[in-house]
Design a binder for this molecule. Structure first.
Ligand code: MGD
Ligand code: SF4
Length: 709
């Protein structure tokens, strides 16, 4: 007998709902898009459709493993031994070196229940804020941008707004490849209404840019001068919403004085765009009824990413294009539950319910809710992703527990990250596969239940919470992530972890959000079992809200949104004669992150079989490089060897490398051997979109180990 189940896709932040058909033996037979799901309206992309192939693989991790010698030999151990060992190590290190000697590094692929359990264990039971998510590497700038401009994290808009906008500004997002189902929706909207204008701001001519009416191919890192120049032109033309500015914003005068003092010629110089190009876009914005901007890593993955987010939101405030249908600043999230992690306090500076660790009243609220003594939660933010790996290398972080992420591929400056993992005193990796590039470094490996084997909740880019049930028989003895965290918690502070199932974790979590900007206390598990809900959802009768701020009251203390007059700041590393090219890293459509899943799906691998560097014909010819040649790409931190693709998608002087391939594909090919680990002052997000490199034709005879640097 075949059966069906409905679950959220575990890949990107679009959060498509998938209808899964299971065959007689309970295996995935087919996956289709759920026709009634608001997130995808029946649509699906190949990654989601081919998920079935990622489940019963040879490298599926089925039992806890302990490293028994320094040489990478692992032996199976029981769950009880593994949990006792881990809880014992945590207690030992905390007793000897204090709570900040341990940390948890997870990802936007953990469900909300797991993140809530992690926060309660580390921030509550142990008293360290050392939990961070790989969302730090992608979303931290957006989190900080929303909070400082609108008073609270979380997008104000929803997917329906795509169908209602007449000018869509896509800034630093390659949604055609990274959010394909949402991009299909944008294409369908434009097909229905050819009057809709799509403007893409991107240094690369991506498939998204190819579709646009206007592509502003700016110099990498120059978004702020562009956005400020647009604002200056709109102010000069008096095409701004004075009512909105006067009644619902603060800081306009300083912003106006600043942006209008910058000559347009300076914006031309910094962006590489012409005045005519910038003026044309300003005119379109001035004449638009509804302006929606969709943005992603192109402005986030930068040390000034928060400023870039603020500068884009400034434009929306100037035009009064926020808090109404079809309009607003929409930060697209990348991972299936990057949003849920933010809501449940995953990041090192946050506590559940969008509370801040450094806010005394927020700490007191959480301590009261968890029944902790006053002062238990540490008053300082914890270590963030890059900082954790530095502390692990120094030895001040003695234990790092890594879950649902593969930092030995995804961290910037991989040589440093791998040195830290290799030398770390006690490294725990909780994954669904082994070996991965990261689990090879672990002292203890824990098998997590994968998609379909566990139930749990995730929140997508438009604040839609989806509950996914368990519908697959687990392979071996994997356990849900929340359960593993709670079991360790029970061995440390049993009274804090009374949960019998994920529903009880969810209940406790939703309760703690009451009265907060992300109030989802009305989203009971029973309601979510009948279908997804969007927060805010403050009561059990509340239908959930499509849009925030429709009353134009923002989440700041005075209810006003804030203008921020930010100047241009150059990227932190500059090109020179030794490293004359700019490297930008990103994604391709067929692969997901470090390919632990998509690298096993034949059709996806066929589409993008190997790592490559995209280089402009002019730069290739100057170096004697031909299509398909192996080349060395080097930066101040390392060297990689990949194949050249020559074209005109990147501008002369720039190259592009996707970051998906790690050492398990081939040693010394990972883009992150090159990237700069410098981080933003507030966001702590690294600069993945800009570093100085050189490209040379591969000289035969150089051993691969040298190529890896
Ligand atoms: P990226 O390719 O990282 O992907 O989704 P995106 O952000 O869309 O970056 C987007 C664009 O930023 C690129 O086209 C790049 O050229 C541009 N860019 C670089 N520098 C600048 C700049 O200075 N200014 C501007 N304006 N643009 C710039 C990321 C998203 O994708 C995320 S966060 C995740 S976690 C998911 N990962 C993922 C995946 O691994 N594979 C696939 N297929 N899809 C994914 N979806 C999600
Ligand atoms: Fe999954 Fe994203 Fe594809 Fe939807 S668009 S099926 S969420 S990968």
């Amino acid at each position: 007998m075949t059966r069906t189940a409905s679950a959220a896709c575990p890949y990107c932040g679009v959060g498509c709902q998938l209808d899964v058909t299971l065959n007689d033996s309970g295996r995935v037979a087919a996956i289709r898009g759920n026709a009634t799901a608001e997130a995808n309206l029946g649509r699906i992309c190949p990654k989601g459709a081919l998920l079935g192939e990622t489940i019963n693989t040879k490298d599926r991790l089925t039992t806890p493993l302990l490293r028994v010698d320094g040489g990478g030999v692992f032996v199976p151990i029981s769950w009880d031994s593994a949990l006792d060992l881990l809880a014992g190590k945590i207690k030992e290190f905390v007793a000897e070196s204090g709570p900040d000697s341990v940390g948890f590094y997870g990802s936007g692929q953990l469900d909300t229940e797991a993140w809530y359990a992690a926060g309660k264990l580390f921030k509550g039971a142990l008293g360290t804020n050392n939990t961070d998510s790989n969302s730090r590497l992608c979303m931290a700038s957006a989190v900080a941008g929303y909070r400082t401009s609108l008073g609270s994290d979380g997008p104000p808009v929803c997917y329906d707004d795509i169908d209602l906008a007449d000018v869509v500004l896509v800034v630093g997002s390659n949604m055609a490849e990274a959010h394909p189902v949402l991009f299909d929706r944008l294409k369908a909207h434009k097909r229905r209404d050819p009057g809709v204008t799509v403007i893409v701001v991107d240094p690369r001519r991506t498939p998204t840019a190819d579709f646009a009416d206007i592509h502003l191919q700016l110099t990498p890192g120059s978004d702020i001068p562009l956005l400020n120049a647009l604002a200056s032109l709109l102010i000069a033309a008096e095409a701004v919403d004075y009512d909105f500015i006067e009644q619902h914003s603060s800081g306009y005068e300083a912003y106006r004085d600043f942006v209008t003092s910058e000559p347009l010629a300076e914006a031309e110089r910094l962006t590489g765009l012409t005045a005519a190009q910038i003026e044309a876009v300003a005119k379109l914005l001035a004449g638009a009824t509804n302006v929606l901007s969709l943005y992603c890593m192109g402005i986030n993955q930068s040390t000034f990413g928060m400023w870039k987010n603020n500068s884009l939101i400034n434009l929306h405030l100037l035009l009064g294009q926020v808090g109404k249908p079809g309009a607003g600043p929409f930060s697209l999230t990348g991972q299936p539950n990057a949003m849920g992690g933010r809501e449940s306090g995953a990041l090192a500076h946050m506590l559940p319910g969008y509370r801040l660790a450094e806010d005394a009243s927020h700490r007191a609220e959480v301590e009261a809710s968890w029944g902790l003594p006053a002062g238990r939660i540490a008053p300082k933010s914890g270590l963030t992703a890059v900082e954790m790996f530095r502390a692990l290398e120094r030895g001040t972080l003695r234990l790092l527990w890594i879950a649902a992420t593969n930092p030995a591929v995804s961290m910037p400056d991989l040589h440093q990250a791998k040195r830290a993992l290799a030398g770390g005193e006690f490294v725990v990796v909780q994954d669904i596969y082994h070996p991965t590039e990261t689990s090879q470094f672990a002292d203890l490996v824990l098998p997590a239940a994968q998609w379909g084997e566990k139930d749990g909740t995730s929140t997508n880019s438009e604040r839609m919470m989806t509950y996914s049930p368990a519908f697959l028989e687990p392979t071996g003895q994997p356990r849900p992530d929340w359960w593993i965290l709670a079991e360790v918690g029970r061995r440390i502070a049993p009274e804090l972890f009374p949960w019998q199932d994920s529903g009880e974790v969810w209940d406790e979590f939703r309760g703690i959000t009451a009265g907060r900007p992300c109030d989802l206390s009305g989203a009971t598990r029973a309601r979510l079992e009948t279908g997804p809900l969007q927060w805010p959802c403050p009561t059990e009768e509340h239908p959930g809200m499509k849009r925030r701020y429709e009353d134009q009251v923002f989440a700041t203390p005075d209810g006003r949104a804030r203008f921020h007059p930010w100047p241009y700041r150059p990227p932190r590393e500059q090109t020179d004669h030794e490293f004359p090219l700019i490297l930008t890293t990103g994604r391709v459509a067929s692969h997901w992150h470090s390919r632990t899943r998509t690298g096993k799906v034949a059709k996806l691998v066929k589409q993008d079989p190997e790592p490559f560097v995209e280089i402009h014909a002019v730069d290739a010819s100057a170096r004697g490089i031909h299509e398909g040649d192996l080349v060395h790409v080097s930066s101040r931190r390392g060297v990689v060897k990949v194949r050249a693709r020559i074209g005109t998608a990147v501008a002369p002087g720039c190259i592009f490398l996707p970051f998906h391939w790690g050492d398990s594909y081939a040693k010394g090919t990972a883009a992150n051997y090159l990237t700069n680990p410098v981080i933003g002052r507030i966001s702590k997000e690294p600069e993945f979109k800009y570093c100085a490199v050189q490209v040379e034709r591969f000289a035969m005879g150089l051993p691969a180990a040298d190529a890896a640097g």
